[in-house]
Design a protein around this ligand. Sequence first.
Ligand SMILES: [Zn+2]
Length: 76
Amino acid sequence: MSANQMTNEKKQEEILNFDKPTYKFSPNEHHDWRQEGPFLVCKSCDITHSISIGMDKILVGFDKKGKPIIKKRQIV
Ligand SMILES: [Zn+2]
């Protein structure tokens, strides 16, 4: 039996100024995804962006279209 660790995360609110965008983000077709913990972080775009996949997922490769293939981590 294991107790779930519940952590209270305070939401950090940021105020962003969208009136004068300093960049124009146009996503590329291909992304150089690297797994960093529970996130896939793109290293190829001008803007670093990431998607959350969860702690129990693992990046195993890419399909023909360059989309990341994610599998559920096998916990032994
Ligand atoms: Zn990207």
